[in-house]
Design a protein around this ligand. Structure first.
Ligand code: ATP
Length: 196
């Protein structure tokens, strides 16, 4: 059974990512979800509050530990430089993947035409779009070529958690234990991430 790739900044990885990816994998019959944290997210400004790539990778590994569904791949870390999805997808295809199924949240959809080599990306990657309850996709805002993705929308539960909110909570000294796996909360505390 094919694997489902889930790429992101994962700054940090949280239950929103994990629960939604799990729901989509179960619904679409994927056996495995491959988390690919980006080395250098191309769409985030340099000034954004992004933890070092090695820490974000380590947190993904902790989140996946002991969970049969998730695995972590460091392909973007090993390549370095801006983490363009098209480069990662092509590398996976060269490694022998038959199809690259790539999960994105519906909120990312409108940015897709701005990703690196968007049309090549559309032809090489099989996108799976997670609908977010309460988030309506306005397909008229997307260029024509991207509207075929309407057939690839899958329902996901509403898990109202974002990395941005978690980072704000840490700075405010509020607990995050209910938002991330225990080992991830521990790692953030030990490394004093997102404090300043
Ligand atoms: P930030 O708040 O820092 O922008 P984020 O939590 O939205 O971060 P990213 O790592 O940038 O996370 O997102 C990776 C992918 O996960 C994106 O495709 C995004 O749409 C999706 N995603 C993020 N949070 C959720 C959530 N709560 N439910 C479902 N999908 C999510």
């Amino acid at each position: 059974m094919p694997k489902l790739v889930f790429g992101g900044t994962f700054n940090p990885i949280h239950y929103g990512h994990l629960r939604c990816a799990q729901a989509v994998a179960e619904r679409e019959d994927f056996d495995r979800v491959v988390l690919i944290p980006s080395a250098q997210p191309p769409h985030k400004p340099d000034t954004a509050d992004v933890a070092p790539a090695a820490d974000r990778l380590a947190m993904c590994q902790l989140a996946a530990e002991g969970n049969e569904l998730f695995e972590v791949c460091d392909i973007e870390m090993r390549r370095g430089g801006p983490s363009y999805t098209i480069d990662t997808a092509q590398e996976l295809l060269r490694q022998g993947w038959e199809t690259v199924h790539w999960l994105i949240g519906a909120d990312m959809l409108l940015y897709l035409p701005k990703w690196h080599r968007p049309l090549k990306l559309l032809s090489e990657v099989d996108f799976v779009i997670m609908a977010r309850p309460g988030f309506t996709i306005d397909w008229s805002l997307l260029p024509g070529e991207f509207r075929q993705l309407q057939k690839h929308v899958v329902e996901a539960p509403l898990v109202d958690i974002s990395g941005t909110d978690i980072r704000h909570r840490i700075r405010a000294g509020e607990p995050i234990d209910h938002l991330v796996p225990e080992a991830v909360a521990q790692y953030i505390g030990d490394r004093r991430l997102y404090r300043s």
